[in-house]
Design a protein around this ligand. Structure first.
Ligand code: SF4
Ligand code: SF4
Length: 209
């Protein structure tokens, strides 16, 4: 697939929340000139529900786009750390998208946007906003976004809905990880965790529908 035919809308991260961007649109300001910082500064923490959506959209297997990264190298995230058994010892990890050596997310098309636009993780869809414990939409703390988004530049209602969905999914994901940590951490590998995660996440999504 060439770049022109990918879903490359980027500014639309705040303007277009449709499931799939129908028409390729080049990145416009302000995202065009910021160097897509939000795609190259942070490891992208994800949940099992993000994983299922990406699998459905791309046909890839979990290890092709996700990893259990060393948690010590990653800024704080509300996602519960995963314990796995590797090289004869317990390791503490965080589920993230793959990153390249230049720090970019592996799905990044740099100034051309995101190759899984429309299926990208909820944390990417809502950035730089979060919904706090009181239900208020606010800018995230670990802010690399240089933009002060004005209210007329994004759909506040939709952003709040997405932030609430993200909070709900992280809550459920954390429950799944705690279940894994309590029952399988001492014997389970990354591969085992991915299988467990996909099964548990599918079950929860089916119940929610
Ligand atoms: S999934 Fe897409 S939007 Fe999210 S960090 Fe990667 S390239 Fe950026
Ligand atoms: S950091 Fe802000 S301005 Fe830059 S691409 Fe992300 S949302 Fe757009």
């Amino acid at each position: 697939m060439d770049v022109e035919n990918r879903h490359v809308k980027k500014t639309s991260r705040l303007l277009d929340h449709s499931a799939v961007a129908q028409t390729p649109v080049p990145i416009t300001e302000p995202c065009a000139s910021c160097g897509v910082r939000c795609c190259n500064r942070f490891a992208v923490p994800i949940t099992g529900f993000d994983v299922l959506r990406i699998i459905a959209a791309t046909g890839k297997k979990t290890p092709e786009f996700a990893q259990l990264a060393l948690a010590v190298n990653i800024e704080s995230a509300p996602h519960t750390h995963v314990f796995i058994f590797e090289n004869g010892k317990m390791e503490e990890r965080l589920l993230t998208l793959h990153r390249l050596k230049n720090n970019f997310c592996a799905f990044s098309l740099h100034s051309a946007g995101c190759s899984i636009w429309g299926h990208h993780p909820l944390v990417c869809r809502t950035y730089p906003f979060v919904v706090d414990a009181k239900g208020n939409l606010k800018m995230t703390k670990n802010l690399v976004c240089p933009r002060k988004w004005e209210k007329n530049e994004f759909d506040e209602k939709k952003m709040k809905e997405l932030g609430e969905q993200m909070n709900e999914e992280i809550f459920e994901y954390n429950k799944i990880v705690r279940k894994w940590n309590a029952t399988r951490a001492k014997v389970g590998s990354e591969e085992d965790f991915f299988k467990f995660l996909n099964k548990e996440s599918k079950e929860w999504m089916e119940k929610r529908e």
